[in-house]
Write a protein of this length. Structure first.
Lengths: 460, 460
C-alpha cells in the first residue's frame, strides 16, 4: 500500500515507519509477531537468577554486597538509605515536581479509596451467618527500577494502594549507581508517602533479599513492582518456591487504539508516539475503520516525530511492533483487541461506550479523544501497573485488593448447624470422610453441649 | 507431662497420640516442624512435570493418551466424557446425595453472589471520571482429583463462583480409573451446574492439556483446583511459563483451634479428628488457655477415635503434625495463629469476635462451638478452597473475584485534561518521557481539536 506524499524529512516515514494493511490481509507470521510482541521467556536467565536466590538465602547481606559490587559496580557498607540521604533528597527537590507528585497522589488516593467495599453479612438459612473480613498483607516489598527508568510515579502507584489497604510495613528496593546512591526522585516520592525502609538493591538480588530476608532486609509476604527480565524472573522463581506471592507478570508496555472516522489523527499519533518512546520493545497498534484516517495518522506520526528527543526510540519500536490496520467493522476491531488483550486500550469512536461493552480483555481503557494515555500513566488517578503481553486476559490492574485479602468468617447457632446436619452428613459419607459427619453429630450427642453453649451465649 | 488416666484401649493414646505442652516450652525444632507442617518443595517432581508439559505442548492428544496409559493404566479413545456417560451417572445417582448437593449449591450461591459489588464512578476533579468494569475470564480450567479424593463438593466450590463471575466456558479434567471411567459423583455435580466439557485426564498431563490446549482440550487462561504434588507443580510451572494464571498453591489441609475454658472438649476433639482424617499429612493444632481443657480434649480424642473407620489415618497425622499447646493468654494464641496462618481457624472462647479482631492471617474462620468446620467444608456456603501451608499470610480464599478482574476505565473531557496538563507535563519531563508531555500538549495545539471533539460530544 503506497504511503501518502510527505514533505522531505530525515529518517523513516510512511511504510518504513509503520505499515498500513487490512487486518484481514495481515500475513500469519506478522499477525503472530504483533500478537506476541516482545513477550519472551525467561529460560536463559533462570539459572542465573536461581543462583542469586540461593546465594542470598545462604549468605544474606554478604551475598548482597558481593552481587551489588558485581552487577552495579557499587561498594556498599550500609544497604539501607540513611536519614541523611533522605534529607538531602528532600532539600534538593524541585518544588514544582513536589507539587505535581502531590497532585497525582491526591487523585490516585481518590480512585483507590473506593476499592475495599465493606462486605455484607449473608444468611443463607436461619442460624447461619457468613461474611468476609478485609485483612491487609502485613509486610510487602516493592521493587523500583533505577537509572533511565527511575519512575517516582511508580512509587505512588504501588505505595498508595498499599497504604489504603492497611499494610503495616513497606520495604522498597531500588538499585544504586556506581557511587552507591539511589535516585533522589525515588527517595522524595517514598518520603512523601512515609516509606522509610529503602534499600540500595537492584535486580534479582533485591527480589532475593525481600523473598528470603537477610540481616538488613526484612522478609516480605508479597512482592510488587516491575523491573527488567532478571527482576521478573526472580519474582516468578520466588513465587514458585513458595517464598512470596507476586503482583503480576510485567513486560514491555503497549497500546492498542480503536478509532473510526470521528477520531482526531493528531491525537492518535500523539498517543502512539508516547507509548513507543518507552523502549525499543514497546508496542503501538491502531485499528481503524477509516482508510483516510489511517493515512492521516501516519502523516501525523512523521510530523510529530520531527523534533522529539526520543525520536530514535519511537522509530525503533514502531518498526518492530507498530501497526496501523484497517478493519471492516468495529466488531472486527473489538475481536482483535480481545485477542491482543492490550495493557492500554484507547477508544476514539462516535460511541466509545458501545465499544467498551464488547471489550473483555484489557488493562486500562481510555474513552474518547481527551482521555490521553499519559494522563492515566501519571495523574488521573487510575493505576499504571497493568498486565502486559496478553496477560490482560487473566490478570487485572494493580489495586487495593492486591495488597490484602478477605478472610471468610462463619458463625452458626445450634439451630443453624441442625439445619445443615443431614446435608453435611450425606456429603461427608459420600466422600468417605466419616469423621466429618461425626464432628457434626458429636455436637448433638455430647453431654457438654447444653451448659457450655448457653454459657457462651450461642443458643438462639 | 503425664497423660490423664484412660480406659484400656487399642492403639496410641495420651502423649503417644498428641503431646500437650506449653507453647513457650516447645523445642525450637518442634515449633519449626509444627509451623512448616507438610509444606514441601517441588524440586524432585519438577523435571518430570516439565517433561510432561513439553510432551503435551509438542504432541497434543497423542501425548495425553500415552501419559494416561502410563500413569493411570487406562487406554482411552475419546478423552472427553460422552453424553452417554453423563446420562449413566445421572441415572445411577442417589436422590439423597442429589438433594444434599442442591442444598449446598444454594448456600454457596447465596454467599458468593455478594462478591462482585458494582463499582462507583470516582471523579477526583472536574472532567475526570474513573471507574472499573467487571470482566470474567472467558475460559477457565478446573482440576478435580479422582480415586479416594474424588470430591463432588470441590466441583461446587469452583464452578459456582465461576458461573457467578460470568465465565463463558469451563473445562474440567478428572482422572480415569483403569477402565477409563471417571467418578460418577464428579459427573453428577458437573452436570448439576451445566459443565459439559469434562475430560478424562489426571495429574500433570491434565494441567499441561489445559495450559497449552490440544486437538481435544481447549486452552484456558486460568487454572483452578487442588491436586497432588504433580498437579500443584504443573500449575506452578504453567504459571511461570506465562501460559496461564493459577488460583492459589494448595497443599495438605489443616486446622488450628483457639479455645478457653468455656469450649466444649468434645467439640474441639471432633473437629481435630475431622481435620486429621483427610490424609497422613493433615495438621490439627489446639491452643488453649486452660490446662484441664487440654487434658479433656485428649481424653475425648481417644474416646471418639474408638470406632472411627478412618482411625488409623487420624492417629498417623496427629502424631506427625498434631499438637495441644497451653498458652498464657489469648494474645499468645493469636500471635502464634498469625504466624501459622491456618487454612481453617476455629475460635471457641467466651468472646470469639474479640479474638477475630486480632487475626490477620487465616483462610476460613469458624466462630463459636456450633460452627463445626465440616459445615464450612460442605454446605454453609463459604468456599472450601483455601490457602494452606502458611500461604494464608498472602493469599485469600477462592472467590468470585478469582474468576475475573476489574478493568480500569477513564473518561476525560477537554477541561478534565486541561486540569491535569501541567502535572502530567512536569512528571513526564522529570521521568525523561517528552512524548508523554507532547501527547497532552498536542491536544491543545491541534487544528483538528475543535470540530472533532464537539462532534464526538466531548466538550463539557
Amino acid at each position: 500500500m503506497p504511503a501518502a506524499a510527505l514533505p522531505a524529512q530525515d529518517g523513516p516515514r510512511g511504510a518504513d515507519l509503520v505499515p498500513i494493511t487490512r487486518l484481514a490481509d495481515l500475513a500469519a507470521a506478522d499477525r503472530a509477531r504483533i500478537l506476541r510482541r516482545a513477550q519472551g521467556t525467561f529460560a536463559d536467565v533462570l539459572p542465573i537468577v536461581e543462583g542469586v536466590l540461593d546465594a542470598v538465602a545462604a549468605r544474606g547481606d554478604a551475598a548482597l554486597r558481593e552481587l551489588t559490587a558485581q552487577f552495579d559496580g557499587a561498594a556498599l557498607t550500609d544497604l539501607r538509605v540513611s536519614e541523611e540521604e533522605f534529607a538531602a533528597a528532600r532539600a534538593g527537590a524541585d518544588p514544582v515536581l513536589l507539587d505535581a507528585l502531590a497532585h497525582a497522589a491526591r487523585n490516585i488516593t481518590a480512585f483507590h479509596s473506593k476499592q475495599v467495599p465493606p462486605e455484607d453479612v449473608v444468611a443463607p438459612q436461619a442460624g447461619v451467618r457468613l461474611w468476609r473480613v478485609w485483612r491487609p498483607i502485613t509486610r510487602v516489598g516493592l521493587y523500583i527500577p533505577g537509572g533511565k527508568a527511575a519512575y517516582p510515579s511508580s512509587v505512588l502507584m504501588n505505595v498508595i494502594p498499599a497504604r489504603i489497604a492497611g499494610c503495616r510495613e513497606i520495604v522498597l528496593c531500588t538499585p544504586p549507581n556506581r557511587q552507591g546512591q539511589v535516585s533522589p526522585t525515588i527517595l522524595v516520592a517514598a518520603d512523601l508517602l512515609g516509606v522509610r525502609q529503602v534499600f540500595k538493591l537492584g535486580g534479582s538480588q533485591a527480589i532475593a533479599a525481600m523473598a528470603y530476608g537477610t540481616e538488613s532486609v526484612p522478609r516480605v509476604a508479597k512482592l510488587f513492582g516491575a523491573g527488567n527480565r532478571w527482576v521478573t524472573a526472580a519474582k516468578l522463581v520466588a513465587a514458585s518456591r513458595g517464598l512470596a506471592a507476586i503482583d503480576l507478570p510485567a513486560g514491555p508496555t503497549e497500546l492498542l487504539l480503536i478509532a473510526d472516522e470521528t477520531a482526531p489523527p493528531a491525537f492518535l499519533a500523539a498517543d502512539m508516539i508516547a507509548q513507543a518512546e518507552h523502549a525499543e520493545d514497546s508496542a503501538s497498534v491502531l485499528l481503524t475503520t477509516s482508510e483516510p484516517l489511517a493515512h492521516a495518522v501516519r502523516d501525523e506520526l512523521t510530523r510529530q516525530l520531527g523534533a522529539l528527543p526520543t525520536r530514535a526510540m519511537v522509530v525503533d519500536s514502531l518498526q518492530r511492533y507498530g501497526l496501523i490496520a484497517l478493519v471492516a467493522s468495529l466488531a472486527e476491531a473489538i475481536a482483535f483487541a480481545n485477542e491482543y488483550a492490550p495493557e492500554h486500550l484507547g477508544i476514539m469512536t462516535r460511541d466509545p461506550a458501545a465499544v467498551l461493552d464488547g471489550i473483555v480483555n484489557a488493562g486500562s481503557i481510555f474513552l474518547g479523544p481527551w482521555s490521553a494515555q499519559p494522563a492515566g500513566d501519571y495523574a488521573a488517578g487510575t493505576n499504571h501497573v497493568l498486565p502486559t503481553g496478553g496477560f490482560g486476559a487473566m490478570y487485572g490492574p494493580l489495586s487495593v485488593e492486591s495488597f490484602g485479602r478477605k478472610l471468610q468468617v462463619q458463625e452458626l447457632t445450634r439451630a443453624g448447624l441442625a439445619g445443615l446436619r443431614s446435608t453435611v452428613g450425606t456429603l461427608a459419607t459420600s466422600e468417605g470422610l466419616p469423621g466429618h459427619r461425626a464432628a457434626v453429630e458429636a455436637r448433638f450427642e455430647s453431654p457438654s453441649e447444653g451448659s457450655t453453649s448457653e454459657e457462651a451465649g450461642y443458643v438462639e
